[in-house]
Design a protein around this ligand. Structure first.
Ligand code: MN
Length: 235
């Protein structure tokens, strides 16, 4: 199809680099799990009782993706821009209503992610029962590292760390996920036909906090990799 078919230039296909591959992974959708570590749920004032609750999710526009190593502006509309360091699951095969026991079949690999958040706007929306979009779906607010191919591998533990300007801010372990990788795939696939290129940000541990222009964020998930983000001047 020639480009003249469209009134304006269509957006580029969002994609991320893949370790050891020349090809990039095209990205379909960005899912984010809310409150998936007990200590973070408590610091947000909303403890989770898994016996009576189910996971919840929000999404970001695929166009909000930005690669590790970028410098992003401190975004408009907030005075409390915050980091959330997360393990990201990369879906590599389609699946719908997947049993937890079969969930590994959908896994292509993993990455490190930062779920950047206008915390002030998110909390206003939460208290008023409004959607979270302004708090979460932020231009250049879904940060992603290279994807590490680990087909069929279910990560069950691995230290998660985030530093800001070299100072430790978050340290936990994937083994503290409230809903683990298998459970997340099983649950989310009840609502969506999961597709290759869907990214699932699995939630952040405790220690979330604000950033300022000039800050350098460095995160890691043991066994997966590292992620870096530089906060630039306010727009
Ligand atoms: Mn998050």
């Amino acid at each position: 199809m020639s480009t003249s078919h469209y009134l304006w230039t269509p957006p580029a296909v969002p994609s991320v680099p893949v370790r050891g591959r020349a090809e990039r992974a095209p990205v379909n959708r960005l899912f984010f799990v809310g409150r998936n570590y007990h200590a973070h749920a408590v610091e947000m004032g909303r403890p989770v009782d898994k016996s009576v609750e189910v996971p919840f999710y929000f999404t970001k526009s695929p166009s909000s993706l930005v690669e590790s190593g970028a410098t992003v502006p401190y975004p408009s509309g907030t005075r409390d821009y915050q980091y959330e360091m997360e393990l990201v699951l990369v879906v590599g095969k389609p699946g719908f209503r997947v049993a937890a026991a079969d969930a590994h079949e959908l896994i292509y690999g993993y990455a490190c992610g930062l779920d950047m958040t206008r915390r002030d706007l998110q909390l206003v929306a939460r208290e008023k029962g409004r959607p979270w979009d302004l708090g979460k779906d932020i231009e250049q607010g879904a940060v992603i590292s290279e994807v590490v191919p680990m087909p069929g591998v279910v990560i069950e533990h691995g230290e998660v760390v985030l530093t800001v300007n070299g100072q430790l801010r978050q340290r936990s372990d994937v083994d503290k996920l409230i809903w683990n990788i298998r459970e997340l795939i099983a649950d989310l696939s009840q609502y969506y036909h999961l597709q290759p290129g869907d990214l699932i940000y699995t939630g952040t541990p405790e220690g979330v906090g604000p950033v300022q222009p000039g800050d350098r964020l460095e995160g890691s998930v043991a066994g997966v990799g590292e992620i870096v983000l530089q906060i630039g001047a306010a727009e």
